[in-house]
Design a protein around this ligand. Structure first.
Ligand SMILES: [Zn+2]
Length: 327
């Protein structure tokens, strides 16, 4: 089955985390920045565990220094997505990596990223501003201000990524409240490392409509029921979970059990080059391990679009593309 041509919707992709290693290496050379320890001999990103992954990720980000760099990065990432059949994508954007959280600087970065997105008419892209959990609640407020001040047709959501072991979801409630009041869609990373309890915290304390990962909810049947009932959407990234050791194998991954329990979910790649994956490979794996067929992928992509942070016109347009391909 050729799944590459299936039109796909991706809701969980970190823009810097999707940077092709060759792009980062080239930029480092142009700028004469040394990136010792970031790459393996065969040119991929080097890390052994999640903490190291975050370190290498942040080191790679240091070569991205200007709006122009982010323009080029966005083009490179969208080109990869287009090759995977992606027709709608939401990317996590971090003002902390774009001018250190300064609002005036962030505006220039946001404009550059939006310009790059606009130059790729085959993909609709939206930006979800993320605060970085391990930078703390105070820094998160600056990300929320950046989100609120630049929201519009392109910036449509607010979320949180970073190290889930630091603090609690509720510590960031001020930032999420600010974003909610402004009308932004809300998502947060939970239940990747933090267990089912962290998903409960995210729902109770941040009132998000989507959860990044959320897969560990499977250990708590009452929570699974609540997710299904409240129509909370999980942005599931199986390849990322297996690569980082959240689950030992694809067979052990709970995506199919969650789906069968009625939880709304979709499939994303998180930081694809770090995990040696792309969206078509994820689909191939889901087909091989859980027998997902074209109809199943259509349903999942439609669920993604129902949960997407975009206006009705865009949603209708993308759903039409999905339906036409599935006819
Ligand atoms: Zn993520």
């Amino acid at each position: 089955m050729n799944l590459k041509s299936v039109p796909k919707v991706e809701l969980h992709l970190h823009l810097e985390g999707a940077a092709p290693p060759s792009f980062i290496r080239g930029l480092a050379q142009e700028k004469s920045i040394s990136l010792d320890g970031v790459f393996t001999e065969d040119g991929g990103y080097r890390f052994e565990d999640f903490t190291q992954f975050l370190r290498v990720y942040e080191a790679a980000c240091t070569v991205l220094k200007s709006p122009e760099d982010f323009y080029r990065l966005t083009k490179a990432v969208l080109e990869n997505s287009r090759e995977q059949g992606v027709v709608y994508t939401e990317a996590f954007l971090s003002p902390d990596f774009c001018g250190g959280g300064d609002l005036a600087a962030w505006r220039d970065y946001a404009d550059a990223i939006e310009d790059a997105a606009g130059s790729e008419p085959e993909i609709e892209m939206r930006g979800v501003i993320t605060c970085i959990r391990h930078f703390g609640p105070e820094q998160a407020k600056t990300a929320a201000v950046c989100a609120v001040e630049t929201m519009g047709d392109f910036i449509t959501g607010f979320g949180m990524g970073g190290d889930e072991s630091v603090g609690h979801q509720g510590d960031y409630a001020y930032s999420f409240d600010m974003a909610r009041e402004a009308g932004l869609g809300l998502t947060t990373h939970a239940g990747e490392w933090g267990g089912a309890e962290s998903v409960r915290e995210a729902l109770d304390d941040l009132s998000v409509s989507r959860i990044g990962h959320g897969v560990q909810s499977i250990d708590d049947p009452a929570l699974v029921e609540r997710l299904a009932e409240d129509e909370i959407h999980l942005e599931v990234c199986p390849g990322s979970n297996v690569a980082l050791g959240v689950y030992p194998s694809w067979d052990a991954h709970p995506i199919e059990r969650l789906r069968k329990a009625g939880v709304l979910l979709s499939v994303s790649t998180d930081d694809p080059p770090f995990f040696h994956t792309d969206l078509s490979s994820e689909y191939d794996r889901l087909n091989a391990v859980f027998d997902w067929d074209i109809d199943r992928f259509f349903q999942v992509n439609k669920m993604a679009m129902d949960a997407a942070f975009c206006d009705k016109k865009t949603r209708d347009k993308i759903i039409k593309i999905l339906e036409t391909a599935n006819d």
